[in-house]
Design a protein around this ligand. Structure first.
Ligand code: KDG
Length: 310
């Protein structure tokens, strides 16, 4: 299978508290999968896209668990490297209401050893979309370089670059994050920041101003994810606000990744930017209705039925 949508990054095994609360009181965890770019390819595949993933996993049980997920989901894994001596990262989710916090055990993981040599030129050049994230850039310098190489290939082959800054201040120093994120935005056709990302990178929290600054910085299309306030789509020709879909929120983990995955699938299908955003907004809302990053990512039929019911 030649994928239309390719991403590069780190998949993680996820342990999510069963009862909302901090980790110190947790006694039971629900085991699942996470990692923003992995969530993105799973969402793209659920929504009907042909997705491929470039990563490294350890030759361990958790690496196998991720490979099983990607293969079951029909994601191309021909560029997943299994590191004999490496380990696969994990993270815990503590939840309080709709907010969550992550605790990672991923430093020096196999995926953090991603490097330029892992990035296959033809694979990216034959795709229609390359999706990259700030988390991949944050996990190590070699992974950051691998992302730059992937973007370079995509741009010379006229492949659209989709970018989620996904700023995690636990993973890198804010000054470095600002420099790398602002540089990457200049090469991105689609930028999917959250309001929190924009606050950290631009020091700005007003949606219109965020969009204007990112467009001025070189982004071609900005899709600002506003969580319970919906989304804002902006290009240099104008902007449009998308009201949130009201759902019963259980866990917002992975909703932003689902948003970007659904948007890019609709884009590859030739839909208008407005239709892409509408479908993404619905998919992201549905993704919040279950616990964990992956389990609640909706299938295409669910998104279509949900949109028809509105
Ligand atoms: O977007 C959800 C991700 O943040 C989550 O799955 C864990 O990738 C993760 C990370 O590095 O925070």
């Amino acid at each position: 299978m030649i994928p239309d949508i390719v991403s590069i990054g780190e998949g993680l095994v996820e342990l999510n508290v069963v009862e909302p609360g901090p980790l110190r009181t947790a006694r039971q965890y629900k085991v699942g999968w996470g990692g923003d770019t992995s969530n993105f390819v799973v969402a793209a595949s659920h929504l009907g896209g042909r997705a491929g993933y470039i990563t490294r996993v350890g030759a361990d049980e958790f690496g196998q668990m991720l490979l099983d997920l990607w293969q079951t989901e029909g994601i191309d894994t021909s560029h997943v490297v299994i590191e004999p001596e490496g380990f696969t990262g994990i993270y815990f989710i503590a939840r309080q209401g709709a907010t969550h916090s992550f605790t990672y055990y991923r430093k020096d993981s196999a995926a953090s050893h991603l490097k330029r040599e892992d990035v296959p030129e033809d694979y990216i050049a034959r795709a229609q979309v390359l999706h990259v994230s700030g988390i991949t850039q944050a996990i190590s310098q070699t992974a950051c370089d691998a992302v730059s190489k992937a973007i370079g290939i995509a741009r010379s082959a006229n492949v659209r670059v989709s970018y989620d800054p996904n700023v995690r201040s636990r993973l890198w120093d804010l000054e470095r994050a600002r420099g790398v994120v602002l540089e990457t935005i200049q090469y991105a056709d689609f930028v999917f920041p959250s309001r929190e990302d924009a606050e950290l990178i631009l020091g700005q929290s007003k949606p219109t101003q965020i969009a204007e600054q990112l467009l001025a910085w070189g982004a071609r299309t900005v899709i600002l994810k506003l969580g319970s306030e919906g989304a804002l789509l902006a290009t240099r020709y104008g902007e449009q606000r998308f009201a949130p879909f009201r759902v019963k929120v259980v866990d917002t983990t992975g909703a932003g990744d689902t948003f970007a995955g659904a948007f890019m699938v609709a884009y590859v299908e030739g839909k208008s930017l407005v239709d892409c955003a509408r479908s993404a907004n619905a998919a992201a809302a549905l993704a919040t209705t279950g616990a964990g990053a992956v389990e609640a990512i909706p299938r295409r039929a669910q998104v279509e039925a949900f949109l028809q019911s509105k």
